[in-house]
Ligand binder design. Structure first.
Ligand SMILES: [Zn+2]
Length: 457
């Protein structure tokens, strides 16, 4: 089945595709707000009707909160699960919006035309790029080039409480060769990205106790151990002078990136000076000898996220506190084991305790990193297909944050995810005046048509 007539159809149908997106954007499907439950239901029903109109056998599936939408179409080719979410973030503060967030419009801006509305970029505009690609394919060829399961969530912006039980109950329906997720961004405006690495996370809260009550530093300062001093010494010991984390065994399972991946990162046009400059910084503070993109995507970290102890109010108080505490997190990569890292960290802290001090630990989550198998030829096919549509070649990239659904697909359904999206850094996705570039929408649809062609060839 040839691609060119599909691309031509996408170009010709763009005004109608925009009308459909506008209709979806008018539904105020804010998932976290119970007052908008009916709107979430309405958005789910809208998705089912739209999918049915292009031949999907689609339905809503109830959950304790907002329904999932599941649809199937296509008889031949690879089996693909597409994921997106039809719910949106709240809109407050409303006063900062230049227009009604649920009255979408196309606006001219100095950087080109944008679609302005809550949900335009996250995630309604993005999920419709894939659906429109399917629509064009179906219109031209009468059928889809792959066996596609559409899976649209209505609770992504409120923590996905129903996702894990739903995946467990519906594993057979949802399982596919590969998942496609459209909820991420590009690198700048010209370089498409496929996220293939997501860092994991371990959180630990430690509390050091010295004296069994707060003391006066005039009465006890000197002989009494100060837990803040102990805590500061422990925190200072977590990195060496080259920026490496000193927890024993921490780097077990941290892979070196292949040269070709590092070369792709070089070619993305990413500007470390600009990236740091935007937050008032100039000097990368990670491991010596690593690029900023390695520090963000392929290297693990240890950060102190909060620290407290003693007198923190206004003025001054010569207290010698009984306790001091810190919240510490580790971002993980490769096959680093969150459980072993937690144990090793605790062991190290206990070893640094002076006499008369004790430590309590409180765990705050542990998830391993996800690394997609980019040796699977589907990844390179998709990368080449994307590169045909955009000015710069596409890159396999990492994500400094976490995208939990990709981890659930891996752990519960046993499949890798290809995270491809067309968002831009300035989309304001959780803020007032959210937008999606018209170019992202149009070229996003064309990109998916190319990817479907490549994966089914
Ligand atoms: Zn999203």
């Amino acid at each position: 089945m040839s691609l060119d007539p599909v691309l031509a159809r996408i170009d010709a149908d763009l005004p109608q595709a925009l009308d459909r997106l506008m209709a979806l954007l008018r539904i105020p499907s804010i998932s976290t707000d119970p007052a908008h439950a009916d709107a979430c239901r309405e958005a789910a029903d809208w998705m089912v009707r739209d999918l049915a109109s292009i031949g999907f056998d689609a339905r809503t599936c109830p959950t304790p909160k907002h329904p999932m939408v599941v649809g199937k179409a296509g008889e031949t080719g690879p089996s693909l699960l597409f994921y997106g979410h039809y719910d949106v973030q709240p809109v407050d503060p409303l006063s900062l919006w230049a227009r009604d967030p649920f009255d979408p419009a196309i606006e001219e801006t100095p950087k080109g035309k944008v679609i302005r509305a809550r949900g335009a970029g996250d995630d309604k505009g993005q999920l419709m790029t894939f659906i429109e690609a399917c629509r064009a394919w179906k219109a031209v060829h009468g059928s889809l080039p792959a066996r596609i399961t559409m899976f649209l969530e209505g609770e992504e912006e409120s923590g996905s409480p129903s996702m894990v039980p739903f995946l467990k109950e519906n594993a057979e329906t949802l399982k596919a060769d590969l998942a496609l997720i459209c909820d991420t961004g590009m690198l700048g405006n010209a370089t498409p990205a496929i996220v293939t690495m997501l860092r994991g996370l371990v959180g630990e809260e430690i509390t050091i106790t010295g004296p069994d009550k707060d003391l006066h530093s005039g009465m006890y300062g000197g002989p009494a151990i100060n837990p803040i001093r102990v805590l500061a010494r422990i925190i200072a010991a977590l990195h060496d002078e080259t920026g490496r984390v000193t927890v024993p065994g921490f780097y077990d399972g941290v892979p070196e990136m292949p040269e070709e991946i590092l070369a792709q990162w070089q070619g993305t046009g990413f500007d470390p000076a600009q990236f740091l400059g935007e937050v008032g910084l100039s000097t990368p503070a990670g491991e010596d000898g690593r690029s900023v993109l390695e520090m963000l995507w392929s290297r693990p970290t240890c950060e102190v996220n909060g620290i407290s102890g003693g007198y923190e109010g206004a003025g001054f108080k010569t207290v010698l506190p009984s306790k001091a505490s810190a919240k510490i997190s580790f971002r993980l990569v490769g096959s680093q084991d969150p459980v072993r890292i937690r144990e090793s960290f605790r062991e190290m802290v206990r070893g640094l305790l002076p006499p008369d001090c004790s430590v309590d630990f409180a765990p705050h989550g542990a998830s391993p990193a996800s690394q997609m198998s980019i040796g699977d030829p589907a990844f390179e096919k998709a990368r080449l297909a994307l590169s045909q549509e955009w000015p710069n070649p596409a890159a396999f990239v990492g994500s400094g944050g976490s995208i939990p659904v990709a981890g659930y697909f891996r752990n519960l359904l046993g499949m890798d995810s290809m995270l491809i999206g067309f968002g831009r850094d300035d989309d304001a996705i959780h803020s007032p005046n959210e937008k999606y570039d018209l170019e992202s929408f149009h070229k996003g649809i064309r990109s998916w048509a190319r990817i479907l062609a490549a994966l089914s060839a």
